[in-house]
Write a protein of this length. Structure first.
Length: 184
């Protein structure tokens, strides 16, 4: 392929990218096919800024303290509602472990939390109210602070590390603990 043809193909790809970005705007801008690398870059920066501004304008009231009648936020099939600094966060969505298969008996209910270590601590304190305790199954790669809290302050909860193999089903209740540092 000749250099002029390669450059024309490049500009055509950039034009398609620009049109795609522009189509994502509620009020698309007037765009022209770029004639140079600099024009392609400039148009993409302008469109990226317009997309960010549109998003910020739409979600301006979705702060940590949801105010001014903001609508509930969402991501995919999940909906989030909260008031003051997300301390009262409620997540609605599908049971992420509602699948069939040989391990379905392990999963009875999904509880979602947010707000970092305060939510983790609050959930752990609530779980400690279980008279018989429970095994807390933590996959490899679990967040270090979470493991430390369960190890040092979890009684009657018992930390069970799962490094690829699930332990045999036991008699106490079992809790699968996944956090943001757990590998997929």
């Amino acid at each position: 392929m000749h250099l002029d043809e390669a450059f024309a193909c490049y500009l055509e790809r950039k034009c398609q990218e620009i049109l795609l970005m522009n189509d994502c705007l509620a009020a698309p801008l007037r765009v022209k096919p770029p004639r140079s690398v600099a024009e392609a870059i400039e148009q993409k920066f302008v469109l990226a800024a317009a997309l960010k501004a549109e998003h910020a304008l739409h979600d301006w009231a979705l702060t940590e303290t949801r105010w001014a009648g903001a609508q509930d936020a969402g991501s995919g099939p999940f909906e989030f509602s909260y008031g003051y600094q997300r301390a009262d966060l409620h997540i609605r969505g599908p049971d992420i472990y509602a699948f069939g298969g040989p391990r379905r008996e392990l999963f009875q209910r999904t509880i979602y939390t947010c707000s970092g270590m305060s939510a983790i601590s609050a959930l752990e304190m609530a779980l400690k109210q279980m008279k018989a305790g429970a095994d807390v199954l933590v996959p490899a790669g679990g967040y270090g602070e979470t493991i430390e809290i369960i190890e040092n302050h979890g009684a009657p909860l018992r930390l069970v590390r799962c490094d690829g193999e699930w332990p045999a089903q036991g008699s106490p209740p079992r809790i699968l603990w996944l956090d943001s540092s757990a590998p997929r």
